[in-house]
Design a protein around this ligand. Structure first.
Ligand code: ATP
Length: 366
């Protein structure tokens, strides 16, 4: 089921009683989510991800704009008639019911033509449980399950009615690091197996990038960029997106365009189009964009080399960096040859260097 959000906005009255202001949680969002894809809604806390998800589910009504499922305008349709499955961060299972009863619960409320007999309900519950690999835990209560297992029950319960759309709100936040990794792989597998169009909300960029077909990066209720994770990483639309994606994060410097060259401090690091007017710019260099070179174009004072097996992190300072230290990721052999040095210098990979307008953070394509 394709989902289309058209000019979608949500404005709340401010929670601050002293102010009469409003909060624009989602601002004129236009997004098309293709049928059968897993889409990650990504952004920092408070950027409007959950509000967007709740408007897709129908739990919240937009202040303006429309939500379409396929060609069907569902903006005013109640949640129970939209055919969505919802999974929340806190699982929201009924503690007094068994796994089986929790999964069957949505089927028991079906009415009229949709009503199912007990046998069919049990069959579907077992099928959903098997899909998320908890088929042998059906008689346990939620308190007898691990966090990861509880989240699987919540996913099975969301899937049991064969929803047209699956919506997941930070489903992995309550799990420890190992279970998070495992469960996100599971979500990917389940989504592939069922082919259900899925929207997944997270503030964790690594999580979103690792499982999504498409990511939507948001800031202050406004869409910043939509695309395949690798494409967005390789070609960020602005400084915010460039800084939000990537671990370790991109290194950011104050730079200068002058006479068709990019300068960082006194160092002339790269040629740019001669048509670019001279001006101050912000320069982003991905950690993997540095190539150690005895007389490279860009240098700094070496602080530390952190060996991480195959790769190592070269930590150095540069007076034009916006952070106290700069981090380059290079292979360990190249790193070993830098040990003991006080100065390091690098050549730069052109496709790992991004320029942004100082005032707006918009990308400059050079
Ligand atoms: P988080 O990751 O912290 O859950 P989010 O990106 O999901 O954040 P939302 O929960 O959608 O963000 O909130 C977006 C903005 O709208 C925030 O500033 C939030 O305080 C505000 N907001 C959300 N719900 C309400 C509400 N019911 N009343 C007033 N303001 C609200």
């Amino acid at each position: 089921m394709k989902i289309v959000l058209k000019n979608l906005s949500k404005i709340f009255p401010s929670r601050n009683k002293k102010s009469n202001g409003v909060v624009v949680a989602v601002d004129s969002l236009d997004i098309e989510i293709p049928d059968g894809k897993l889409v990650g809604l990504l952004g920092p806390s408070g950027c409007g991800k959950s509000t967007t998800l709740y408007m897709i589910s129908g739990l919240q009504k937009p202040t303006m704009g429309q939500v379409f499922f396929g060609e069907h305008d569902v903006t005013m349709l109640e949640p129970e008639h939209r055919g969505v499955g919802l999974v929340f961060q806190n699982y929201a299972l009924y503690p007094h019911l068994t796994v089986k009863q929790n999964i069957m619960f949505p089927l028991q409320n079906l009415k009229g033509e949709e009503k199912l007999d007990k046998e069919e309900m049990l069959r579907r519950a077992q099928e959903a449980a098997d899909l998320v690999q908890i088929g042998d835990l059906m008689d346990r209560k939620p308190s007898e399950l691990s966090g990861g297992q509880q989240q699987r029950v919540a996913i099975a319960r969301a899937l049991v009615k064969a929803p047209r759309v699956l919506l997941l709100d930070e489903p992995l936040s309550n799990l420890d690091a190992r279970l998070r990794l495992q469960t996100r792989e599971e979500i990917r597998r389940i989504q592939r197996e069922t082919g259900v169009t899925t929207v997944f909300v997270t503030h964790d960029q690594e999580e979103a990038m690792s499982i999504s077909d498409i990511i939507v990066v948001m800031k202050n209720g406004v869409k910043q960029q939509v695309g395949e994770p690798q494409k967005v990483y390789d070609d960020p639309a602005n400084l915010f997106v460039a800084q939000f994606l990537g671990t370790p994060p991109i290194n950011v410097f104050d730079g200068e365009l002058s006479g068709g060259w990019l300068y960082i401090g006194n160092e002339r690091v790269m040629d740019v189009s001669p048509d670019e007017p001279d001006r101050p710019v912000v320069v982003g260099i991905r950690p993997e964009g540095f190539i150690p070179s005895g007389n490279g174009c860009f240098s700094g004072d070496l602080k530390n080399i952190e060996v991480m097996g195959r790769d190592c992190s070269v930590v150095f300072t540069n007076e034009k960096s916006q952070k106290p230290s700069v981090r380059a990721i290079i292979d360990s052999d190249a790193g070993a040859s830098l040990i003991g040095m006080s100065k390091v210098s690098f050549d730069l990979k052109r496709n790992k260097v991004f320029l942004f307008e100082s005032e707006t953070g918009d990308r400059i394509r050079f």
